[in-house]
Design a binder for this molecule. Sequence first.
Ligand code: PMT
Length: 224
Amino acid sequence: DDTLPLAGKRILVTSGATREPLDPVRYLTNASSGKQGTAIAAALRAAGADVEFITGVAEVPPPNGVNVTNITTAQDMYDAVHEALPCDVAIFCAAVSDWRPRQAGTEKIKKKGDGEAPSLEMVLNPDILKSVAALDPSERPELVIGFAAETENVIEHAKAKRERKGCDWLLANDVSAGTGTFGGDSNSIIFFDDQGHEVWPRMSKQEVGMALTDRIASALNSQK
Ligand code: PMT
């Protein structure tokens, strides 16, 4: 439908949790359910966008009508995102593991002697959002949108994160214990752009998806 506000726009969304293997049967992950990323992808699709949905592990199924790529690790997600470019807008809602165990053993880690636990050596994962924000203008999406999961000094940390990551917009959410932001059905967002920030009231993750979609449509259509 050509009359929809995002018709003809190609939009990439990352969602869900990455999983970093320790050995063939153990892994490190986080509590992302994929609900927020899925709600955003559904709202974009309803507004007519062609959605590339790149998802880690999630508790909810992907929305209908989007192109789904399933990944496991942060490195897999990095590769899938760069393969899916170019796009008009990229939104990074996935909870990506910042580190991974240096070696994911091919054999199950054995118990050592009595009372001795193995120690874990970690290495950094690539920063997917930062790598896309830093692309040449010829390859960079027109809008690069990040999330920030914070537990304290949300405004200060998120503002610094937007600058460090080089994204255009950043949606900060408080993920402290008791907020239910990870895994729950609602979210409270503080939205940052180059003008400053605004506090959105707590709303359902679907409503966050619709509010973000409206804002993207206005931004893209005002540039025409
Ligand atoms: O899935 P739900 O249960 O619905 O929960 C939603 C959510 C809380 C997971 C989501 O709203 C959210 O905040 N996602 C981002 C989580 C996160 O990893 O935040 P961060 O502050 O650690 O990372 C900042 C940004 O960099 C994020 O856009 C993240 O996707 C991106 N990133 C981080 C690390 C990395 N190696 N590559 C990245 O692209």
